[in-house]
Write a protein that binds this ligand. Sequence first.
Ligand SMILES: NC(=O)c1ccc[n+]([C@@H]2O[C@H](COP(=O)([O-])OP(=O)(O)OC[C@H]3O[C@@H](n4cnc5c(N)ncnc54)[C@H](O)[C@@H]3O)[C@@H](O)[C@H]2O)c1
Length: 335
Amino acid sequence: MPLRVAVIGCGPIGNRHADLYKADELADLVAVCDIRPDRLEPSAARLGVKGYGDVPTMLAAEKPDLVSVATGGTEYGSDHYLPTIQALEAGCHVLCEKPICNTIPEARKMVECAKRNRRCFAIDFNHRFTEAAKVATKWVQDGLIGTQLFINMSMWIKNPNESSPFYMIKALNPHSVDVMRHFGGDITAVQAFCTRAPGRRIWTTMSLNVKFKSGAVGHLSASYDIERGHPMERCEVAGIKGRFVLEDMWREATLYPAGNPIKQVYTNPVFGGHRDFVDTFRNRIHAFLEQVSNGTAPEEIDGSGRDGLAAQTVLQCAIDSLNTETIVHVPEIDI
Ligand SMILES: NC(=O)c1ccc[n+]([C@@H]2O[C@H](COP(=O)([O-])OP(=O)(O)OC[C@H]3O[C@@H](n4cnc5c(N)ncnc54)[C@H](O)[C@@H]3O)[C@@H](O)[C@H]2O)c1
């Protein structure tokens, strides 16, 4: 039986979620919801599903099994809190867009609410739900990297939005920190420097040093100042047995075994591979549908709400480091 699914937020990203649920055999898209009629009505008509102007009415009428929260708000995340809590309290499993929320206290409440209600709560960390990332994950699990030494992560995209001083840190980097945590585990300390391109007023480029709980070290370069069109993301993980480079999420993953000049390369196939960025959402949504359908325990969800809280906590510590010009220790997530 497909899961009854509803999407909250009918912006570009909510419409994308809705299209992908419609195309997925594990889902039955039953409704969309937006407080803006000019967004809601065209979406509901285009998708051929019922449209609701408020979340509680939609939840009561449709009783979805699972909802996507694709709202935005301040720092592209303040509007995630309320619909996520409403949906979890109504018994739904929730896939929430990144960042989990723009404030840590609210993000914590979201994770606590999911735990209290025993619901699966996931974040749309689509950047790591690719075939190339799976190949790289297997290299780590198979011991081909060995004890980790360093992770170098870079992510950049042109974004002229200047809605808050820390918009780039909080809205872009949930993805990059999640990828770093996915391969390297928990981050325990950070130290940040920021700059900005000429004419910009907010911090739009960051250099972040990190220390992992494992003892490995790492670095993140992140920017909203670089034009689109070139590659935008690169993750390099090095250990005593080997090193890999994951290029642009899905394009290529290369393993350089230590002491062996013959490398292994996964290249996105022309037939059956990723066509574009939308496929990262397709994979991520399908993975959550699969985990919920299979009865995966809430604490086993890939790219969980707790991971979202952990990433946002690292980023808050980066902001604190920037403001105080100190190394900041990252508190453990105790939920
Ligand atoms: N995962 C990714 O790669 C990726 C890429 C881009 C954006 N995003 C995220 O997707 C989210 C949505 O982005 P967008 O560009 O579509 O945003 P948007 O602001 O254009 O759309 C959000 C919509 O949500 C509606 N909304 C807000 N509060 C609501 C509520 N309580 N009930 C019902 N509707 C409500 C708004 O009216 C608006 O139409 C953001 O959080 C953003 O960070 C993720």
